[in-house]
Design a protein around this ligand. Structure first.
Ligand code: NAD
Length: 496
């Protein structure tokens, strides 16, 4: 006799109401670790999404009318509610995302910081006064010697409806960037979470609703990219989209979105350059963390290790030793280092890249296999720029090594793929540090730190095919508001 398990049935938040799938369709969410279903989620349709957009359009006016202090207060309250539910949020990330509990707790904290940062940012996000250069004169009342009657104010206004379309690899952190800063900027926000990891997004919507944002100000609409995502992208009532995901889907969105404001955070293929004067142990550690953190499924992962030929042997030996110590296993144990890949299509890409490297003559020095979705941490040597593992985003726990012989060659190799999100370089020379930081085309370059390092108060985003626009802090506030220029003539008034 088989044991039947009743899966939790989740709801979506549309127009301030938690509802079952309006169309009656659902889909299952699976644990990457056990491959078992863990929840059932509404599969929303085009009509459901349009309803959420219409409600968000009405709510946008209410959010915009809220004093910034009130918005900041509600964001802080949302942060308090989130903190009280932190373990539930972290466990959800483990269950649907396949992160270890340690990584999931870290994601919770990254995600949690946004409530406070957005609350602080809105109270200091201000406009400017621009000097007028117009000659004085014109009206008889307007003659002011040596001055101008005009005053020019540049203000920032809410945009209206902001949609957040998010990926599965940061199911809590990435949606919450768009939610917290979108609301702080005075917009309403519709979240379309990734279909592999919708549960964290549903929890976030619960938190914002409980905090007291107006009805319809936050919606969560689960379903496919081709239906829910496409409805958002083509809707005339959505004013801005924060899309985080693959370069391929992001490029498709630019072709369909029309004149909406787009903030695109796309794929990466980050290099770590290790010069011959580098502190090798630090470079090895940074390479391992860069390649294996969340099983390499990070847009900022170290996807290519470019190592000076004179230190190659020592670097490789140390990296293989370090890789052997990566512990895979039970995600809920504190000392497990690495979990599974999130889903089968992603795992197949990793297989294809490793196999292609083997076939083209690279040497797999450690790892290279997987059991279900658990892929071994893998070191591949003698990788050349024609290999998939070098050219494309692998998004798995793979450390591909390529040698170089000069700084110019290192920069040329680093820049030889279409991506430009984050990069890193290890050197003890200040001169080389600057030449590398200036020469590598990327949104961020870290010197003597891994590719996965970023701080929340600095801008985050990519160049080339890694995206456009910048997230976090004042930079995302700029992207989520419209600039308005107000010119006032203070002299053409009726004297009383
Ligand atoms: P994906 O592009 O497959 O999906 C991202 C989201 O887009 C999902 O919610 C999906 O349902 C939706 N979508 C799919 N097709 C759509 C369409 N036609 N119209 C509208 N929406 C659509 O990406 P993924 O596999 O979920 O995530 C992994 C990718 O995300 C990697 O390439 C990774 O580098 C990238 N990423 C980038 C950053 C960054 O900050 N640059 C951060 C995290 C992840």
């Amino acid at each position: 006799m088989t044991k039947s398990i009743t899966l939790p049935k989740k709801r979506v938040l549309i127009d301030g109401e938690w509802i079952d799938s309006p169309s009656g369709s659902t889909f299952s969410v699976y644990s990457p670790s056990t491959l078992e279903p863990i929840a059932i989620v509404p599969k929303c349709t085009r009509e459901d999404t349009e309803r959420a957009i219409a409600a968000a359009k009405v709510a946008a006016k209410k959010v915009a009318a809220m004093p910034v202090g009130k918005r900041a207060q509600l964001l802080k309250k949302a942060g308090q509610i989130a903190e009280s539910r932190k373990e539930e949020l972290a466990r959800t990330i483990v269950q649907e995302g396949g992160k270890t509990i340690r990584e999931a707790r870290e994601e919770f904290w990254f995600s949690w910081i946004h409530y406070g940062d957005a609350a602080a940012e809105i109270t200091r996000h201000h406009g400017e006064v621009v000097p007028s250069s117009a000659e004085q004169g014109g009206g008889s009342a307007g003659q002011v010697e040596g001055g101008t009657a005009k005053r020019i104010l540049v203000t920032r206004e809410p945009m209206g409806v902001v949609a957040v379309i998010s990926p599965w690899n940061w199911p809590s952190d990435i949606p919450n960037i768009g939610l917290s800063f979108g609301l702080a900027a005075g917009n309403s926000v519709i979240l379309k979470p990734a279909s592999y990891t919708p549960l964290s997004g549903i929890l976030l919507a619960e938190i914002y609703e409980e905090a007291g944002f107006p009805k319809g100000a936050v919606s969560v609409v689960t379903g496919s990219g081709s239906e829910v995502g496409d409805t958002i992208v083509t809707s005339p009532d959505v004013n801005a989209i924060i899309f985080t995901g693959s370069t391929e889907v992001g490029e498709g969105i630019t072709r369909k979105a029309g004149l909406k404001k787009l903030l695109l955070e796309l794929g990466g293929n980050g290099p770590i350059v290790v010069m011959d004067d580098a502190h090798i142990d630090h470079a090895v550690e940074a390479s391992a963390v860069g390649a294996y953190y969340i099983a390499g499924q990070c847009c900022t992962a170290a996807e290519r290790l470019l190592v000076h030929e004179s230190i190659h042997d020592e670097f490789v030996k140390k990296l293989v030793d370090r890789t052997k110590r990566v512990k895979m296993g039970d995600l809920m144990l504190e000392d497990t280092d690495m979990g599974p890949l999130n889903n089968e299509p992603s795992a197949r890409t990793v297989d294809a890249h490793v196999n292609d490297a083997r076939e083209r003559g690279a040497k797999v020095l450690f790892g290279g296999h997987r059991n279900k979705l658990f892929h071994e941490p893998t070191v591949i040597d003698e990788v050349t720029p024609d290999m998939l593992v070098f050219r494309e985003e692998t998004f798995g726990p793979v450390a591909p090594i390529t040698t170089f012989s000069s700084l110019d060659e290192a920069i040329e190799l680093a820049n030889s793929t279409p991506y430009g999100l984050t990069a890193a370089a290890f050197t003890s020379s200040l001169r080389r540090a600057f030449l590398l930081a200036e020469g590598i085309k990327a949104g961020s370059v870290n010197i003597n730190e891994t590719t996965n390092y970023w701080e929340q108060q600095a801008p985050f985003g990519g160049v080339k095919k890694s995206g456009m626009g910048r997230e976090l802090s004042k930079w995302i506030m700029d992207d989520l508001t419209d600039i308005k220029t107000i010119t006032i003539d203070i002299e053409k008034v009726r004297d009383r």
